[in-house]
Design a protein. Structure first.
Length: 191
């Protein structure tokens, strides 16, 4: 929970074309003690995303450290290559965004700011789930201020002992395809 991304990983993200920003949580202690701060972005961060992103991509990819920054750092590079390849088959991708001290809902204003039809948010999951190195991927159709957890689908347990990061891209893209076909990602979407 207290770990942060290494400067080497942040450099890799930037080289891979990610815009790297931070939530409103000024540090890891505030992120842990005041969860709402991890769900909000400063206005300057949203402005930076709008400047860097094409308008109205079909899919917006966001990566957050979540409660397991090490899971994102360890497994995301293996996930990203396949995920990106599979998502490109479904439509245009926005400029990817990485959020430090981010919680699940922090991605909603990013998707809304760029006008994405579908938000794909990969996040380090909380270590208390039986594995400290697991990624989750939350998929949201037309994210915005009114989005709730009931509006998301989740692909979880992305890690070598669960859903292999190298293979998870195809699984995530399959759910994305269904969301795009149905125009819904909520609890009413049957997979």
């Amino acid at each position: 929970m207290w770990s942060e991304w290494s400067e080497g990983f942040v450099a890799w993200l930037k080289t891979a074309g990610f815009v790297v920003i931070a939530s409103s949580a000024p540090d890891r202690a505030a992120y842990i003690r005041r969860p709402p701060l991890g769900r909000v972005l400063p206005a300057a961060a949203l402005d930076e995303i709008r400047r860097a992103a094409p308008s109205e991509p079909v899919i917006q990819l966001v990566l957050s450290d979540g409660l397991s920054a090490s899971a994102a750092e360890i497994h995301f590079p293996a996930l990203y290559a396949g995920l990106r390849r599979h998502l490109l088959r479904l439509g245009t991708l926005g400029t990817p965004v990485a959020v430090r001290n981010g919680r699940v809902a922090v991605a909603d204003p990013i998707g809304a700011a760029v006008g994405a039809a579908l938000l794909v948010h990969v996040i380090g999951e909380r270590p208390g789930l039986g594995a400290a190195d697991s990624l989750g991927c939350y998929l949201t159709w037309r994210p915005g201020p009114a989005t709730t957890d009931a509006d998301r689908k989740c692909v979880s347990n992305v890690r070598p002992a669960g859903l292999s990061p190298a293979e998870a891209g195809a699984t995530i893209a399959g759910v994305c395809r269904r969301i795009l076909e149905c125009g819904s990602s909520g609890t009413d979407l049957v997979l």
